[in-house]
Design a protein around this ligand. Sequence first.
Ligand SMILES: [Zn+2]
Length: 57
Amino acid sequence: MKTWVATCPECGSADVVYEAGMMMGQKYRCQKCGYIGSFVLEKEIEVEKEVSGEHHA
Ligand SMILES: [Zn+2]
């Protein structure tokens, strides 16, 4: 399956976390270079693992 990750436009790192913006909308912070902004590069990746949320017996 495919999913996407947010990557930093400054350093290209995928260590980008979402920070709730107030009225400004979405905001992201790069844990690598410290970039903060509403703009991130969305990179599509292929994942084999099933995402959590599946109900296991
Ligand atoms: Zn960065």
